[in-house]
Design a protein around this ligand. Structure first.
Ligand code: F6P
Length: 318
């Protein structure tokens, strides 16, 4: 099952789970539309051939949803009945924080074996250095910022580029450094608006004629990208400022090789853990090795940003 926001690599993970089941001669079914499809018994039998030609596809062919009904006791009771009616006795769930929270509640109520695979572009799950889709999104964002920079430098403009990341700045920070942004605004650090203006002034004085500021959706300045534009216009009228909100194009597209390999590795480990009678674990990547973490820890723990990157970014934008 895939649930929550889709991310590139989800299909590759489904393929891996299905093929690992086929390898061990375990019957496998896919659940459409996340927890909502589970409640409605929207299942499909899957075999090794059902998942051909999907390793390179973005999104999730099982579709995804955020189910309000599953948050209720009645909804979960319906889901349990649908699963047992279909003889489903274990679950691999691919998603983020909300998906795993639902999984834990369900396990507590029905003792249903569950293993999680982290699939979200935000990379905001503890117990893994990389969630599925994060690497692809970084590559997408860097490619787009490179294109925007062509216009920024041709017209001597300042661009505010908003990237996804409601609660965390992983995408902004990494793609910002990768694309050579002059400033990066993230939810984890309040750099302050004065500092932004100072920094842009310094850039100007050092001979830069254009600038890129990458802003995470949930940044701490309390201003959205359009308000930031107005603020800079007011304090630095000499700048020609533009705004680009990248939006959902960041979530789509063919997964990178890294995400495909990661998904393949995670799917194998997820099924093997269920086969060994384990439950309530999330498969992750820790120090380049596949490792499992209790779901509880994955949800509660914080995925910390790499502070070294803030320093690197400061030095690079001298
Ligand atoms: O959780 C992934 C994410 O892409 C966030 O970065 C973003 O804030 C959110 O999903 C957008 O959600 P929706 O697709 O429901 O608008």
């Amino acid at each position: 099952m895939t649930s929550g926001g889709d991310s590139p690599g989800m299909n590759a993970a489904i393929r891996s789970v299905v093929r690992t089941c086929a390898f061990y001669k375990i019957e496998c079914a896919g659940i459409y539309r996340g927890y909502q499809g589970m409640i409605e018994g929207d299942f499909i039998d899957l075999n090794a051939r059902s998942v051909k030609g999907i390793i390179n596809k973005g999104g999730t062919f099982l579709k995804s949803a955020r189910s309000k009904e599953f948050m209720t006791k009645e909804g979960r009771a319906k889901a349990y009945k649908a699963l047992t009616d279909a003889n489903i006795d274990a679950l691999v769930t691919i998603g983020g924080d909300g998906t795993f929270t639902g999984a834990l509640v369900f396990n507590k109520e029905y003792n249903f074996p569950i293993i999680g695979i982290p699939g979200t572009i935000d990379n905001d799950i503890a117990g893994t250095s990389h969630t599925l889709g994060y690497d692809t999104t970084l590559n997408t964002v860097v490619e787009v910022i490179d294109k925007i920079r062509d216009t920024a430098s041709s017209h001597n403009r300042l661009f505010f580029i908003e990237v996804m990341g409601r609660d965390v700045g992983h995408i902004a920070l990494n793609a910002g450094v990768g694309a050579g942004a002059e400033e990066i605004l993230i939810p984890e650090e309040d750099l302050g608006l004065e500092r932004l203006v100072d920094s842009l002034n310094r850039s100007k004085e050092s001979g830069k004629s254009s600038s890129i500021v990458v802003v995470a959706e949930g940044d701490k300045t309390g201003k959205n990208v359009f308000e930031l534009k107005d603020y800079v216009n007011e304090h630095m009228p000499e700048y020609d400022v533009r705004v680009s909100v990248l939006g959902h194009m960041q979530r789509g597209g063919s997964p990178s090789c890294f995400d495909r390999v990661l998904a393949s590795r995670m799917g194998v480990t997820a099924v093997e853990n269920l086969r060994d009678g384990k439950s309530n674990l999330m498969v992750g990547l820790i120090n380049d090795k596949i490792a499992v973490t209790p779901l509880q820890k994955a949800i509660k723990g914080q995925s910390k940003i790499n502070k070294e990157l803030i320093r690197v970014s400061d030095i690079m934008s001298v």
